[in-house]
Ligand binder design. Structure first.
Ligand code: TYD
Ligand code: MG
Length: 477
């Protein structure tokens, strides 16, 4: 859905409609949520261009209507500043979702009373993963309420049947009116509530259609207040726009405690859960799932999964190792280099940074004297995974060289390292873990930066091949 409203108001009914009802409108920045009385080409807060959209102003704020007011519920009672040493420490209560992959992405389970936003393209499996997680938590004895504004109870039941037995502690509600939801939440006091999706929720006080910026802001604000007051944990489902942000203003991302994205190729079965914000944990963990006929299943060994079906003894295929948070991932880099048919060589990269690939090709041209500018090049990280870590550089370069020379590399070899502009191979972090993972997966040799060799213990049966420059790498072929 697009929120861009024509600022010239060429729609003749538009002004009358708002005039008649005397609705004040304001402009919000879709990038940072900055509010302004008039339209601006550039947001003064985040400096983004063309992000201001018009929306009806929120109803006059009553006490506690805004999130900020939450902490000031007694306007008369003034709070005093305190040193941290006076603050009582209560260990945060966490509970498991029954999915180790999801727990890890959340930083070790769900923090009670927190609000987690789960974004992703339609059909990627957001409702499925939350239904399964809710089922697991209900089976563990927690009271869960699943509120759907998108599907009927019958549709949910159909999905539930694929997943299997669901405990009666998990209950469902089809409702989009936030006032009703707030009341039910206060009566029922579930341990955890799932709102599927925040875009369908509707708050009667706000004169705007569901899914609009004003509605999403208000709805999230109300739920956030309930979360903080009653300690109910919330999972919000949010749809993602083409630009990749959760539909509605970025402000939604600022309000919640954690933002997870569920991504993957719709036509492939694996799904990657990534955290882009987490107040209670690290943001560079990923969880890998596989969509099956009976719901989502965890993939405990992603390297094996990502390398399955790898072509052996083919030029242009190289296995590299990247770190995702604390986990090493073995990936296959594929390159296809062929003479260009046009004056202008074509370059394409899937799964990795296009500019980085162009840069590496320029380094190859300059430092190895290979006329890359006469060749088209296509780079792909197999398995639909996205990675931009510089440690992939060496693998990308070797894949390009291997395809260019049409010479396969040893398929029991892993290659990683960062490449600098003068063709030097630079050290990367967590070398020991990467080498260990390669060894665990049955690889027998590893090409790595010479400067990373210090304090490195080679696992048994693993041959380490240090390289210092691209020229040395070229000699490997
Ligand atoms: P869904 O969770 O409805 O997606 P979202 O809430 O993100 O829009 O997932 C829908 C897709 O998942 C749909 O294309 C069917 C597929 N699916 C399976 O392949 N297996 C299953 O067991 C389930 C429940 C869904
Ligand atoms: Mg859904």
């Amino acid at each position: 859905m697009s929120y861009r409203i024509n600022r010239n108001c060429q729609n003749p009914g538009h002004e009358e409609k708002y005039m008649a009802k005397k609705i004040r409108t304001v402009f919000y920045c879709t990038s940072c949520g900055h509010e302004s009385a008039k339209w601006l080409g550039q947001c003064p807060a985040c400096r983004e261009w063309n992000t201001m959209v018009e929306a009806p102003a929120p109803a006059a704020k009553t006490a506690g209507a805004s999130v900020g007011a939450m902490s000031m519920s007694h306007p008369g009672a003034r709070r005093k500043p305190v040193p941290l040493s006076d603050v009582e420490e209560t260990g945060e209560e966490r509970f498991s979702t029954g999915f180790a992959e999801l727990d890890r992405v959340l930083g070790g389970g769900v923090v009670a009373g927190s609000m987690i936003l789960l974004g992703g393209d339609p059909g990627i499996g957001k409702s499925t993963i939350l239904l399964q997680a809710a089922g697991n938590m209900a089976a563990a004895g927690l009271d869960i309420l699943y509120i759907s504004g998108e599907e009927s109870l019958r549709q949910i039941k159909m999905r539930g049947r694929r997943i299997g037995e669901i405990s009666d502690r998990l209950r469902f509600l089809c409702e989009t009116d936030l006032d009703a939801i707030a009341q039910i939440l206060q009566e029922e006091k579930p341990k955890l509530a799932i709102i599927d999706s925040i875009q369908t929720m509707y708050c009667a006080q706000v004169q705007a259609s569901p899914g609009s910026i004003a509605q999403i802001r208000e709805a999230t604000g109300i739920l956030l207040r309930i979360a903080k007051e009653s300690g109910i944990t919330f999972f919000l489902v949010g749809h993602v726009t083409k630009e990749g942000s959760v539909a509605g203003p970025r402000v939604l991302e600022h309000m919640v405690d954690a933002v997870l994205y569920f991504e993957g190729d719709r036509y492939a079965s694996y799904r990657i859960l990534r955290s882009v914000k987490n107040r209670f944990g690290s943001t560079n963990e990923i969880g890998i799932f596989e969509m099956r006929g009976d719901g989502l299943a965890e993939v405990p060994n992603p390297s094996e999964f990502l390398l399955s079906g790898r072509p052996l003894n083919t030029g242009g295929s190289v296995v590299t190792c990247s770190m995702e948070g604390t986990r090493p991932l073995l990936l296959e880099v594929q390159a296809l280099v062929c003479r260009t048919g046009y004056g202008y060589p074509k370059r394409q990269s899937t799964g990795t940074d296009f500019n980085r690939v162009s840069l590496l090709m320029a380094v190859i041209e300059k430092r190895l004297g290979i006329p890359m500018s006469q060749f088209d090049a296509y780079i792909n990280l197999a398995g639909g995974i996205r990675q931009t870590e510089p440690a992939l550089d060496l693998g990308i370069v070797l894949a390009i060289l291997s395809s260019f020379k049409n010479t396969p590399v040893d398929d029991r070899m892993v290659v990683f390292g960062e490449v600098g502009l003068s063709g030097e191979v630079r050290a990367v972090s967590q070398v020991q873990m990467r080498v260990q993972e390669a060894s665990k997966m049955g690889f027998t040799s590893c090409v790595l930066p010479r400067s990373s060799m210090r304090r490195l213990e080679a696992p048994e049966g693993m041959k380490l091949i240090p390289v210092g420059t691209l020229a040395e790498l070229g000699n490997l072929l």
